[in-house]
Design a protein around this ligand. Structure first.
Ligand SMILES: Nc1ncnc2c1ncn2[C@@H]1O[C@H](COP(=O)(O)OP(=O)(O)OP(=O)(O)O)[C@@H](O)[C@H]1O
Length: 257
């Protein structure tokens, strides 16, 4: 059974067809890159899959179950987690608390336990802290756990967002421009990190990325969008030499150097 199966997905904003008849099937363990020029519709696809937008048409199946129409928190509970193009952290909270927030819906104590600091409260808090620290350790952030999120360097903030999304225990991880604003060294470290978390947490990964070095290096398969539509899909080598893709990025008449 595919992990994700998107069929005939469309989203209109008034007269604008932001996504038009989008199709995507992802098998377990795949890393697929969604690329295309600015405004092509990539983020809208992510927002449709994660329930932020309601589709104008089409279906989204996750592990065989139709999920379109479900609210974002339900989709997250089912096993799809994401990061955002503009990092979204609780900036004034500690690194550890940013990951702990993910555990709150699953915490097994009540208000009275918290007020009277019962043994159940203490045991549950210890469990949450231990598990949250494991995710931070996997992303090399354990020694920063007590720091304020806003004080972390940019690359660490990106990794913290990934740690938090992993704490949802997703099967499908959706990364929106994980290497945005990074220098070539940082991009190369991000490629290694995405490979590592894919193996360690047995993930299927869908990512948007403008850093072509990262996309070509990391993804087994690419889907290219332009003006809301898929214009090409295939291996990085096939995409690199695709005339329609070159024209979408560079304009008509573009040729491979
Ligand atoms: N909430 C919205 N209301 C109206 N139009 C929107 C909305 N969200 C996106 N759009 C429009 O839909 C189109 C696709 O936008 P989208 O953000 O999905 O593109 P993108 O490929 O992710 O671009 P980028 O690479 O710049 O992030 C754009 O023309 C955008 O202006």
């Amino acid at each position: 059974m595919p992990v994700l199966e998107v069929k005939n997905l469309s989203k209109n904003f008034g007269g604008l067809k932001a996504v038009n008849n989008f199709q995507l099937t992802m098998e377990e363990g795949e890393i697929v890159g969604l690329i295309g020029p600015n405004g092509a519709g990539k983020t809208t696809v992510f927002n449709l899959i994660t329930g932020i937008y309601f589709p104008s048409a089409g279906t989204i199946n996750f592990l065989g179950e139709q999920i379109n129409g479900l609210p974002p928190f339900r989709i997250c509970q089912k096993g799809i987690a994401r990061t955002f193009q503009n990092i979204r952290l609780f900036k004034e909270n500690t690194v550890l608390d940013n990951v702990r927030t993910v555990f709150h819906p699953r915490i097994k104590y009540g208000l009275l336990d918290a007020l009277f600091r019962t043994p159940r409260f203490n045991a549950e808090e210890e469990r949450v802290n231990r598990e949250a620290m494991e995710f931070l350790a996997a992303l090399n952030l354990a020694d920063r756990s007590a720091h304020k999120a806003s004080g972390l360097p940019y690359g660490d903030q990106r990794r913290l967002e990934i740690a938090r999304s992993l704490a949802c225990r997703p099967k499908l991880l959706i990364l929106d421009e994980p290497a945005a604003g990074m220098n070539p060294n940082e991009v190369s470290r991000m490629v290694d990190l995405v490979r590592m978390i894919k193996e360690k947490f047995q993930l299927t990964i869908l990512l948007i990325e403008h850093q072509m070095g990262m996309v070509m290096n990391l993804c087994e398969r690419l889907v290219v969008m332009d003006f809301g539509q898929i214009i090409a899909s295939g291996t990085p080598d096939e995409i690199r030499n695709n005339q329609m893709v070159l024209e979408a990025y560079l304009g008509k008449g573009a040729t491979v150097a």
